[in-house]
Design a protein around this ligand. Structure first.
Ligand code: HEC
Length: 154
């Protein structure tokens, strides 16, 4: 085997490694789900963490609506801010790698929406406008739930 052939093989292996890494980055750690959705496979503790974040989102939605009913914009802003980008900052890199790219961007966009909703409440935007923003965000919750489920590997 001459040096030229060896270097071509090395480059092909290098490209293959990058292709595998890129595919993993886009797809995350996924498998076929039990109900037609795609399953994201996490450890038990990671799944608990994601579900805990989800319950936080639901509680924010509840408290935003409750605040709107009472016309209490301070409560609306605080409830939304609780699920803003700040709440997503402490996710560990190993788990981030398991999440599909589209899942991460949809999740981040929901946290971003919550910050925007908090800002709108602070600026005293109308209840109708804030409700409209919340409805758009809930559409993202539905889209994600329709696409993915969580499974545990260990
Ligand atoms: C990026 C994807 C994504 C987004 C966005 C998303 N969720 Fe989820 N959520 C999931 C997945 C995946 C599950 C687990 C579903 C399963 O395994 O069947 C889940 C589960 C939940 C659960 C169940 C929690 C538990 O303890 O079992 C609640 C409640 C929930 N989500 C609320 C929300 C709300 C409210 C929003 C929007 C404000 C939202 N989610 C946005 C992906 C998402």
């Amino acid at each position: 085997m001459n040096a030229k052939l060896l270097s071509i093989i090395a480059i092909i292996l290098w490209l293959a490694t990058i292709a595998v890494a890129a595919t993993f980055f886009v797809r995350g750690n996924t498998a076929q789900g039990t109900d037609g959705r795609t399953a994201i496979v996490l450890s038990g503790a990671e799944r608990d963490m994601v579900l805990g974040e989800m319950r936080g989102l639901l509680s924010s939605v509840h408290d935003v609506l409750d605040g709107l009913n009472k016309n209490d914009m301070t409560q609306v802003a605080a409830a939304a801010a609780r699920s803003g980008m700040g709440s997503a900052a402490d996710v560990n890199p190993a788990m981030m790698a398991k999440l599909p790219l589209a899942f991460k961007s949809l999740g981040m966009s929901v946290h971003h929406d919550m910050d925007a909703l908090a800002a709108a409440a602070k600026q005293n935007k109308s209840g109708a406008e804030i409700q409209g923003m919340l409805t758009d965000t809930l559409g993202k919750c539905l889209a994600c739930h329709a696409t993915w489920q969580l499974q545990t590997a260990n």
